[in-house]
Design a protein around this ligand. Structure first.
Ligand code: ASP
Length: 417
């Protein structure tokens, strides 16, 4: 299948994004009147953006289910599954731990919260961080249709893999159903392609709406925090990932980053790794060259459990809040932040703003004032967009490393322009 994410589409998405940024920014700057608020920003932009997001999300569950069943049945040796799963999981946890460690170090060095001198005033009960046992039990659906209806990605993944294994073991019947799944996979991919054709307009609406309502005024008092998170996110995307990719797969990182650009743009515009799954899978398979048997598993799993960008925000935010309230953090506290933030990212799905909820869990765990979350809410939407692009970059990198190490990688696809 010829990938639609080649240059022309990417260029159009960039244009849509740029126009959205410009028009949204101008509307925000001019302090718009009720007509523009109600009919343009809250009307056309909101409707266009919401429909686009709904269409993307609509594809996620069918695509993951069908594609992962195909991916499982395409594995020549089913025993490989355990190894692939373990490898992917360890890479995801490892990159997240590296991400928070860099963020904590940067925050300790640059001290973004010093000088705020706030006092605590507890009045908000945060959600509990999920325990490891809960996370493990929750992997298994009691009802696969409920899991699909709720978009519970980990449960959908477990059911799809089991279904795929049963197909392989079912002889002739399995082969017949398997070929139907392969056809379905082609059809759903076509649906993804169709949706991508309208992406420039969808992206325009999402970005214009965001920038018309958000503006940049909130950044000023939090400039050090904002740019520190931003800087660490860039560092992770442009230094940590390329180094890991080079070391573990030998692939050219510059070419890799160029090839996954479209997925990064989608992640940035939607602020949701979950909604970006169809596009991430498309680029990782058809532009980068990871075989479906690996990509269909690693990408949806990554969108759910691997959130390095979010972890970076949490690392910086925790230190920022501790400093703002003048609370000394111990070495054990730092370790706690690393463990809790990594676990919280496993237990929560990639949707807009979930990072803040996870932050509340982390603060609670280390005994910091949870109401500190309010300090950074003003700039969170913008950071959410950037960190989501980092989140899906991490998924794509690990998918590549695992695909390459398992011999499930098409070098010719990667070498094509
Ligand atoms: N929006 C992020 C994602 O979907 C999660 C977050 O950081 O809030 O990956």
């Amino acid at each position: 299948m010829n990938s639609p994410t080649k240059n022309k589409l990417t260029r159009n998405i960039v244009i849509g994004m740029f126009l959205g940024f410009l028009i949204g920014g101008l509307l925000n700057f001019w302090n718009t009147n009720w007509f523009i608020d109600q009919y343009i920003v809250g009307g056309a932009f909101f409707v266009g953006g919401s429909i686009f997001l709904a269409l993307l999300k609509m594809l996620v569950v069918p695509l993951v289910f069908v594609s992962l069943v195909c991916g499982t049945t395409a594995l020549d040796d089913i025993r490989k599954l355990g190894r692939i799963g373990l490898k992917t999981f360890l890479f995801y946890l490892g990159t997240t731990a590296i991400a928070i460690s860099i963020a904590l170090t940067a925050a300790v060095l640059f001290q973004p919260g010093v000088g705020f001198a706030l006092s605590t005033d507890k009045g908000f009960t945060p959600p509990e961080a999920p325990s490891l046992i809960q996370v493990i039990i929750n992997l298994f659906p009691t009802n696969p249709f409920k899991a699909m209806a709720e978009g519970n990605m980990l449960q959908v993944i477990v059911f799809s893999i089991l279904f795929g294994i049963a197909l392989i073991m079912s002889g002739k019947a399995g082969e017949r159903v398997s070929s139907i799944f392969n056809d379905l996979n082609e059809i759903i991919m076509k649906l993804v392609f169709i949706l991508m054709e309208v992406a420039p307009y969808g992206v325009f609406c999402l970005i214009a709406k965001t920038f018309a309502t958000e503006g940049f005024a909130a950044i000023k008092p939090l400039a050090l925090y904002f740019f520190l998170v931003f800087g660490v996110l860039l560092f992770h995307a442009l230094v940590t990932y390329p180094s890991l990719l080079k070391i573990f797969s030998g692939l050219n990182p510059v070419r890799f980053l160029r090839k996954i650009r479209t997925a990064q743009l989608f992640a940035f515009s939607t602020a949701s790794s979950g909604a970006t799954i169809p596009v991430t899978m498309e680029v990782v398979e058809h532009r980068v060259g990871v075989k479906n048997s690996i990509a269909s598993f690693t990408i949806p799993l990554g969108a759910t459990i691997n959130m390095d960008g979010t972890a970076i925000m949490q690392g910086v935010a925790t230190v920022f809040i501790a400093q703002a309230y003048g609370i000394e953090m111990t070495f054990v506290n730092y370790l706690m932040v690393i463990v809790t933030a990594t676990l919280a990212s496993v237990g929560t799905a990639g949707v807009p703003g979930v990072g803040l909820i996870m932050l509340a869990m982390v603060l609670n765990q280390v005994g910091l004032p949870v109401e500190g979350v309010a300090l950074i809410i003003g700039v969170d939407r913008l950071l959410d967009m950037v960190r989501t692009a980092v989140n899906i970059t991490g998924d794509a990198v690990v998918s590549c490393i695992v695909g390459k190490s398992e011999g499930q990688f098409d070098q010719d696809v990667f070498d094509q322009e």
